[in-house]
Design a protein around this ligand. Structure first.
Ligand code: MRU
Length: 368
């Protein structure tokens, strides 16, 4: 699978299982991990993006409910309060709310007045189950997505594919192998010659810092580009397809993803380049129809725009101001790409048109 690392895992210290995660704020300069033992630590890790990426936020939230269940000593009513804190830690990725709601629903009959450990034990079991299911979905996305890569190569009579991606939707973002990057890992396994254009993804540089790091770990050929380069490359035949992940997809197939995704979709549409969005079922939000109007967009600190982080010649990580000291900045975390610009959704159930009826047919009638 993804090689020697994982975004999160459980450790056993003989008394109880505890959660450890990769500290993604330190990559690519340093590989470090954090142990999360309290609800507050879980909430902080999600807010400050120690862990990020829609799927991984959901995974950590599910284990967060387990950690919270230990803290409340088996009291479901008290657990509800802690669950809300986790649920509200970031607003756009619906996987977070989905994981918390699903855990709370599964746990509603698990309180046992005779056994204060019962709730936490059940929570651990459900969190593992939920994560196993997500991992399986990622593996299916890898297969279906890679079939599309093969089709495109066949149609174009080419042997090498150039894929553009935005932000990070690899194994750091969704267990097991991610969403957008899962078909790329599978392409490598199938012996396909693949090159990835990696959008740097300002302001937090998830492309330059995380996607490039992931691809380098797996020895996949890639080139980091400034965010504004994609359109130019598309005009000159240097992009065969775009694959991105998503943080929330409306019932009609509008896609919220990292800020800048919409501009890539417009450029791809104008240049007749297939634009795919890879998602697990938990990324759908069936309560929302018009994504542009209804999906809540996270507004983050302007300082993420005003400052840049990097490593100096002595190997010291520093943050530097790159704007005039008093100029204001605004930092929208996500944008919404309307369904009409999307070639298809690569899901665990195969490729689905970004269309209300098609999505309903494939997903809504089943319990996802
Ligand atoms: O702010 P982040 O890093 O949590 O945002 C993540 C993204 O927007 C990714 O693009 C991704 O597609 C969603 S995670 C599969």
């Amino acid at each position: 699978m993804q090689g020697k690392y994982k975004a999160l895992w459980l450790n056993d210290d003989d008394f109880y299982e505890y959660l450890e995660v990769i500290d993604q704020t330190k990559l690519p300069f340093e590989y470090d991990t954090k142990i999360l033992t309290t609800t507050d630590e879980v909430v902080r890790a999600i807010k400050n993006m120690t862990v990020r990426g829609a799927g991984v936020i959901g995974s950590v939230a599910a284990f967060g409910i387990y950690i919270a269940a230990i803290e409340v000593e088996g009291d479901y009513e008290k657990l509800k309060e802690k669950a809300n804190l986790i649920r509200e830690s970031r607003p756009t990725a619906v996987n977070l709310m989905w994981a918390v709601d699903k855990m709370m629903e599964l746990l509603k009959d698990s309180e046992d007045p005779e056994d204060s450990d019962a709730l936490a034990e059940a929570a651990l079991e459900f969190a593992i189950q939920l994560n196993d299911e997500e991992a399986l979905e990622s593996q299916k996305i890898a297969q279906y997505g890679c079939d599309i890569i093969e089709e495109i190569l066949k149609k174009k009579n080419k042997t090498k594919i150039n894929i553009l991606t935005h932000c990070n939707a690899g194994w750091l973002a969704v267990i097991d192998e991610g969403t957008a990057l899962a078909p790329i890992y599978e392409a490598k396994r199938r012996g396909i010659d693949v090159h990835v254009w990696v959008d740097e993804t300002r302001p937090r540089n998830q492309g330059a810092s995380l996607t490039a790091w992931e691809l380098a770990q797996s020895e996949i050929e890639h080139t980091i580009i400034a965010d504004n380069t994609g359109g130019h490359l598309m005009q000159h035949g240097e992009v065969d397809m775009v694959i991105v992940g998503a943080d929330r997809v409306s019932a009609s197939g509008d896609v919220a993803n990292k800020i800048g995704t919409y501009l890539k979709a417009l450029a791809a549409y104008d240049n007749n380049i297939p634009f795919y969005v890879a998602i697990p079922a938990s990324t759908f939000d069936f309560s929302i129809k018009d994504g542009v109007k209804e999906i809540p967009i996270e507004l983050r600190s302007p300082d993420e725009v005003r400052y840049m982080k990097g490593v100096d010649d002595e190997g010291i990580v520093r943050e530097v101001l790159i704007t005039p000291k008093d100029s204001p900045a605004i930092n929208y975390g996500f944008d919404v790409t309307p369904a009409r610009l999307i070639t298809g959704l690569i899901t665990n159930k195969g490729v689905c048109e970004a269309d209300f009826d098609k999505i309903q047919e494939k997903f809504k009638r089943e319990n996802i």
